[in-house]
Design a protein around this ligand. Structure first.
Ligand SMILES: Nc1ncnc2c1ncn2[C@@H]1O[C@H](COP(=O)(O)OP(=O)(O)OP(=O)(O)O)[C@@H](O)[C@H]1O
Length: 223
């Protein structure tokens, strides 16, 4: 999945991307890093085709119907219960499987019959995330999936994402949290200066910056 020499202006005329080239590795967790406002969400929106039609420089990406997109802060309320909501998403792509309560992540089983409108913001985010993971797609996009979640819950969220990768799925995720990130099967892209300033494995980024952790390596980049 490749973006080649892509330039993009915001509606107010600001240049967000300038000759940006990026390769996303299939079957891996692609982690897109960069400071606030650099354009990570905009890039995910463009890949998903939600904001506007994909431009020609985007090649090798699945069609919109084959992409699952967990958007940041998506409004997700209503009178449906946790179980009904996740079952509905499971049934979208795997109607024959008859999704059951015990297939919910453990932390959602106790609130399986609570209505979304009665959940906390973090719990709603967990429901949406679990639903997205039930979809059977070729590419999964997660925009800051652990934001606003307790660190213990965030571990479980990253585990769900790792399970997708273990099943051979391609994931692109933005994050500002380094604590629970895996390093195996991971491809890192650093968005800075209107283009991809680094693309490679966590080990390569750490070697290039002479750092011992991915967080330190990122801090040493010019992002
Ligand atoms: N619809 C829009 N109209 C005008 N500007 C926009 C629009 N959407 C986003 N922007 C601008 O695009 C820039 C990039 O925003 P984006 O949300 O992609 O950044 P980000 O890297 O995901 O940031 P964060 O880490 O804070 O979520 C910001 O300067 C923002 O103001």
């Amino acid at each position: 999945m490749q973006i080649d020499n892509f330039s993009y202006q915001l509606p107010d005329g600001r240049q967000l991307f300038d000759h940006l080239t990026a390769t996303f590795e299939p079957g891996k967790l692609n982690i897109l890093l960069g400071v606030n406002g650099v354009g990570k969400t905009t890039l995910l929106d463009l890949i998903a085709g939600v904001s506007e039609q994909r431009h020609l420089p985007f090649t090798g990406f699945p069609t919109m119907q084959r992409i699952a997109y967990h958007m940041q802060g998506a409004p997700f309320t209503g009178t449906a219960t946790v179980f009904e909501t996740i079952k509905m998403m499971a049934d979208l792509d795997r109607p024959a499987e008859n999704f059951q309560v015990d297939q919910l992540p453990e932390n959602l089983q106790v609130i399986a019959h609570t209505r979304l409108k009665d959940l906390s913001g973090g719990q709603r985010q967990l429901v949406l995330l679990a639903g997205v993971c039930q979809l059977e797609r070729d590419l999964y996009l997660f925009d800051e999936p652990e934001s606003g979640l307790d660190v213990k819950v965030a571990v479980a969220v990253i585990d769900q994402i790792k399970q997708l990768v273990a099943r051979g799925k391609t994931v692109i995720m933005t994050t500002h949290q380094f604590r629970n990130l895996p390093t195996e099967n991971v491809h890192v892209l650093v968005l800075a200066g209107q283009c991809i300033a680094f693309s490679g494995s966590p080990a390569e980024l750490m070697a290039e910056t002479d750092a011992e952790t991915l967080e330190d390596a990122y801090l040493k980049t010019d992002a």
